[in-house]
Design a protein around this ligand. Structure first.
Ligand code: MLT
Ligand code: MN
Ligand code: ZN
Length: 298
């Protein structure tokens, strides 16, 4: 075994059901007719003993209490040794507040994302004498957990919603939105929960990967607009949608990746209904629809 990955949360910000949403999927989830999904997070390990959590979702308390591999092994000893955040979005950082209680771990992020956290004094709840905030340069490999080397690389995206100004560039390349390469003894996996476009550079990077977890926010770009839920398209939110000529299913069709898994799905996405035509189309195209608690071992 060289990589164990557990989807702690398969949904995008808001989760399924989202507290204030009455869309069809949210109603089905509330009545137990389709599985509920918590917010965006992945746990990874090389040896099954030491784990990193990629993105700290607002649901991390319940996610950790549902994951036996991550239960405390002693009074204050934990398999969780590090947390990495891929952007400063609320669904990826709010869970850091749950991880207070003077527990030591390493917090990995780019300097740009650490700066966003540093500007928010509430994150001082993670006492800097115990939680080691480590800035990671783009494209520089580092040890995430024993046996697993991670590399952060920029993917097109935008600043967090709460930092948006008058105008917003949604396909910015830099330290604000990153993907993660996970290199173990003999395999490479990628985690990219938010991505506005598949650039040629990114395509080249992902070619030949054993495993990819990728942004599955929306099925169609205007799905929330058409449902009357929001004025925002996926593109405006910095996300590539699954369907259509410029969607992720088409974009990845001729890239050699052994296993492709959608994560970070918005509650409106029809693929979250196990019996939907859209879900069947994604599966026919070689994708797995991520689910809370799903584990993949390489
Ligand atoms: C996103 O992925 O677009 C953000 O998480 C949206 C949000 O902050 O709610
Ligand atoms: Mn998100
Ligand atoms: Zn909904």
């Amino acid at each position: 075994m060289t990589l164990r990955a557990r989807i702690l949360g398969a949904a995008a910000g808001g989760g399924l059901p989202q507290w204030n949403c009455g869309c069809d999927n949210c109603k089905l989830a509330r009545s137990g007719k389709i599985p509920s999904q918590t917010q965006s997070s992945l746990a990874v390990s090389a040896d099954g003993l030491s784990w990193a959590v990629l993105n700290a979702s607002p649901d991390i308390r319940v996610q950790l209490s549902d994951a036996p591999s991550l239960f405390p092994s002693g009074l204050r000893e934990l398999p969780l040794s590090s947390v990495l955040v891929t952007n400063g979005d609320i669904d990826h950082v709010a869970g850091l507040l749950t991880l207070r209680e003077m527990q030591a771990f390493k917090l990995f992020a780019t300097a740009g994302i650490h700066e966003v956290l540093a500007q928010n004094p509430i994150f001082e709840a993670l006492n800097s004498t115990v939680v080691d905030r480590v800035s990671i340069a783009l494209d520089q490999p580092f040890e995430l957990v024993p046996g697993l080397t991670a590399t952060l690389f920029p993917v097109p995206g935008k600043v967090p919603l709460y930092l948006e100004g008058e105008t917003v560039q949604t396909d910015m390349i830099g330290e604000q939105t990153v993907g993660v390469a996970l290199q173990s003894l003999d395999s490479v996996a990628y985690y990219i929960p938010g991505c506005a476009a598949l650039t040629p550079h990114l395509r080249d990077r992902l070619e030949g990967a054993e495993l990819l977890f990728f942004d599955g926010t929306l099925w169609t770009d205007d799905e929330m607009v058409r449902a009357g839920l929001s004025q925002k398209t996926g593109k405006r939110m910095g996300h590539m949608s699954m369907d259509g000529p410029d969607g992720s299913i088409a974009a990845f069709a001729d890239i050699d990746i052994a296993r492709k898994v959608f994560v970070h799905m918005n509650n409106t996405n029809p693929v979250l209904r196990p019996d939907s035509d859209e879900g069947a189309r994604a599966r026919d195209a070689g994708w797995t629809i991520g689910q809370d608690g799903m584990e993949i071992t390489l």
